[in-house]
Design a protein around this ligand. Structure first.
Ligand code: PLP
Ligand code: COI
Length: 353
């Protein structure tokens, strides 16, 4: 595909890597392309990073027609740069687009956009282990009319942010609150899609949890409020009495690429992973009887994050003495070893630029 490039005349500088945080600093450029029904995607361009202008009636501003992805470019131990399973993000982005009646993008083009952009912004891929260039592709409806219908005009963009760890805790265990009032999505809804609205609707519960000293909430299913689903920005896994359990993908949970990778790593190590319904009662029972051995979350931004405290109602349970468990540590080591190019990649997951 043809990508027009306009370079910035005022390149920025990478801040000190230990001060990066998550999603606060952006690179010199951004990618944009437009869509019109009947014409398809056109005018692919990389331009200096900056504000964009939207019509006040733009669909995204009124009806939330927006989807996004999150993946990272990693600096390998040998100095090169690589992506982790980027085709998984490409495919998920199109599944999200289909759910939200937004236009899909040719898989090869999307991969080419990602690689061309990362090559151009290479100097922004930080070097320290644990840091990376977080890539945020997003796509929104951009019709300039207030009627509610599938969009005829859309915009796709890609921005990038050199980032450190998502949680202030880093690899130290986080505290999570089980949410029993709000629900995130329901089956038949948009849970499996990575659309902005899922996140907008979840911040109220997130704020309540933060006030009580927890990093995020653990959602229960929206119909019976009985089954454990996922955390705000990561999927969850538990080790209960020797069994590794993760909620099965029922349609209301985001099918995480890190989740899928953790399952494949665990299976390669000889563990069985049960993808099944896990009720909050079973989880609480396991915590009360001391049979919950480990709990962790997994996601691109969160990597593998041990859960050290889990609150339900007015009770708080401490898991594994608030320390990172053996399986959690193993998964963290194997995944980050592959992602940062410190170890071999027996799965063929890395995409070197
Ligand atoms: N669940 C939610 C709600 C998320 O936002 C994320 C992050 O993308 C995940 C799970 C983990 O998905 P992935 O591993 O593909 O990043
Ligand atoms: C990611 O892990 O890429 C996410 O999208 C999480 C995010 C909402 C911060």
């Amino acid at each position: 595909m043809e990508i027009k490039i306009v370079k910035t005349t005022t390149p920025g500088e990478m801040p000190a890597e230990e001060k990066l945080g998550f999603g606060k600093v952006f690179t010199d450029h951004m990618f944009i392309m437009d869509y019109e029904a009947g014409k398809g995607w056109y005018d692919a361009r990389i331009v200096p990073f900056g504000r964009i202008s939207l019509h006040p009636a733009s669909t995204v501003l009124h009806y939330g027609a927006e989807i996004f992805e999150g993946l990272k470019a990693y600096r390998r131990a040998d100095g090169g740069v690589q992506l982790f399973r980027p085709m998984e993000n490409v495919k998920r982005m199109n599944r999200s687009a289909e759910r939200m009646s937004l236009p899909e993008i040719d898989e090869k083009d999307l991969l080419e956009i990602l690689t061309t952009f990362v090559k151009m912004e290479e100097k922004w891929v930080p070097k320290s282990f644990g840091t990376s260039l977080y890539l945020r592709p997003f796509l929104f409806g951009n019709d300039e009319t207030l009627g509610v219908h599938a969009v005829h005009r859309a915009t796709f963009m890609l921005i990038a942010s050199p980032s450190g760890s998502y949680y202030a805790e880093g690899i130290n265990p986080v505290g999570i609150m089980i949410e029993s009032e709000d629900v995130r999505t329901v089956r038949g809804g948009t849970g499996y899609a990575k659309c902005g609205g899922n996140y907008a609707a979840s911040t109220r519960a997130g704020e309540r949890a933060a006030k009580k000293g927890y990093s995020q909430v653990l959602w229960l299913d929206g119909v019976e409020r009985k089954y454990v689903e996922e955390v705000g920005a990561m999927n969850v896994m538990f080790k209960i009495d020797g069994e590794i359990v993760t909620p099965k993908l029922t349609g209301s949970i985001l099918p995480g690429i890190t989740r899928k990778s953790c399952i494949e790593v665990l299976q390669s190590l000889g563990y069985t992973v049960s993808e099944r319904l896990l009720s909050v009662d079973e989880l609480v029972d396991a915590m009360e009887s001391g049979r919950l051995e480990e709990a962790w979350g997994c996601g691109t931004a969160a990597v593998v994050s041990p859960i050290g405290r889990l609150a339900y109602g007015d009770k708080e349970y401490v898991i594994n003495d608030g320390k990172i468990g053996e399986i959690t540590q193993k998964l963290y080591d194997v995944l980050t070893g592959i992602q940062w190019g410190k170890t071999d990649d027996p799965f063929g997951w890395v995409y070197t630029l």
